[in-house]
Write a protein of this length. Structure first.
Length: 227
């Protein structure tokens, strides 16, 4: 691994452990074990570094997405469901890790890091969606009067839902009936996606609800342990 890559790897770990705002350049330098001049040889600022991390991660993930979508021989509707399923994957075996990641990612100390991630998601994922939308229009599956920019619009809707879901999960103790709230949020999200794509109700199925319900049960159980 090159020195530049080591800086990115170390910085990303620190951002996720203590937050972007609380991580100084000196912290990164100390953990990597390099001179300050070496850091500034590769990055002019911490802001430039976080931009590079977000760009690297989104570019790598989008390349994998593109390959999977390209290899898929199904319809555009099947591909759009697959795309957003990959975007919102919930790993049941990593619930504890996911909880920690959400807590740090959505803390007041990580606003810029989260913002950069969303910007890069739009930059790299929108073109993939545009290809699917074009296929869907040719197949007559999508009824979209204004297809230009629809890929970006769908990513915005997905980002908004992810934010809302994350905030709910992080404040689960304030919801007497979180499953009902979740179902309402999910219904609104799916309905919005279906309307934007001009498809029939019930066409979009992008999230494994059972895994999210398991996550809610896990958080509620953890809350009881802390009482």
């Amino acid at each position: 691994m090159s020195t530049k890559e080591k800086i990115m790897e170390c910085a990303e770990q620190l951002f996720m452990q203590q937050g972007y705002e609380l991580t100084s350049i000196q912290n990164i330098i100390d953990h990597v074990g390099i001179a300050k001049g070496t850091f500034y040889y590769y990055y002019q600022s911490k802001e430039e570094l976080v931009e590079a991390i977000a760009d690297r991660n989104a570019q790598f993930a989008s390349q994998q997405f593109f390959q999977i979508i390209s290899d898929h021989t199904g319809t555009a509707l099947e591909k759009i469901n697959l795309f957003f399923e990959m975007m919102t994957q919930w790993k049941a075996t990593q619930i504890d890790l996911l909880t920690t990641v959400l807590q740090v990612l959505y803390s007041d100390n990580n606003h810029l890091y989260l913002k950069k991630m969303k910007e890069k998601n739009i930059e790299y994922y929108s073109p993939i969606l545009e290809l699917i939308i074009k296929q869907g229009a040719e197949e007559g599956l999508f009824d979209i009067p204004y297809p230009a920019g629809m890929g970006e619009m769908l990513i915005h809707v997905s980002n908004s839902f992810s934010d809302s879901l994350a905030q709910m999960l992080l404040t689960i103790e304030t919801y007497p009936n979180p499953n009902i709230v979740l179902e309402n949020k999910m219904s609104l999200y799916i309905s919005s996606m279906e309307r934007l794509l001009g498809v029939e109700k019930g066409s979009i199925n992008v999230v494994n609800m059972k895994v999210i319900y398991d996550f809610i049960d896990y958080l509620k159980g953890k809350e009881k342990q802390n009482d």
